[in-house]
Design a binder for this molecule. Structure first.
Ligand code: 5GP
Length: 193
């Protein structure tokens, strides 16, 4: 998605060897117009698939996911990273290793929000090694729901996430794909949408 690539080139900052900081429009301050445009593009990709729920993981997946959900006119569910005393029954969980925080946490979704009729589109801000998406697939499958695809805002294709998810039989659609940070520059690969 050219608009997104242009924005990443303009406002993204490379941190170390593997991390892209995009806190001015995606992960901290949020550009809702860009989110809305991205939501439309991802929704168009999956419109024919009969998606019934959009699922993401807090926190930075929520902004893009809500606009995909709006465009598909379905609910959005975000997996919670912290145990909450109001979540009392039927909790589905998975262990997820966080690439940026370097800790493993238990993420959870209340089982009452998913059932075996649901066709789910997973949305996340980044795809790195695929652990967040894998954890979400695990939870959604525990509920008996079907994962139709994974929609990603920024994929770092030099990491293993796509391979992991595709090997689980789930299609990945990325709006921007960065193939390297060589020479401290952003090098894009062709995106899926
Ligand atoms: P994965 O689970 O695919 O290894 O990593 C994906 C998760 O880690 C995303 O939900 C995102 O929050 C975070 N993440 C991975 N790489 C980056 C990055 O380069 N920049 C930022 N801001 N977050 C990242």
């Amino acid at each position: 998605m050219k608009l997104l690539e242009d924005r990443i080139r303009r406002d993204g900052n490379i941190l170390g060897e593997h991390i892209l900081k995009v806190d001015s429009f995606l992960t901290h301050q949020v550009d809702y117009q860009l989110m809305r445009d991205m939501g439309q593009v991802l929704a168009d990709k999956y419109r024919a698939a009969g998606i019934t729920k959009v699922v993401t993981i807090e926190a930075s997946g929520i902004a893009p996911a809500i606009y995909v959900a709006e465009a598909l006119d379905v609910p959005m569910i975000f997996a919670k990273k912290h145990k909450n005393i109001t979540m009392t029954e039927g909790i589905l969980t998975a262990e997820v290793y966080s690439f940026t925080k370097q800790v493993t946490s238990t993420v959870s979704i209340a089982g009452k929000f998913l059932d075996n009729n649901d066709k789910v589109l997973i949305i996340d801000d980044f795809l790195a090694n695929g652990q967040a998406a894998k954890g979400l697939i695990d939870i959604i499958e525990q509920a008996g729901s079907t994962v139709v695809g994974v929609g990603i805002v920024i994929e770092k294709s030099f990491q293993d996430g796509r391979q992991l998810i595709e090997e689980m039989g789930v299609a990945v659609t990325s709006l921007a794909r960065i193939e390297s940070f060589a020479g401290g520059q952003l090098h894009f690969a062709p995106a899926d949408a």
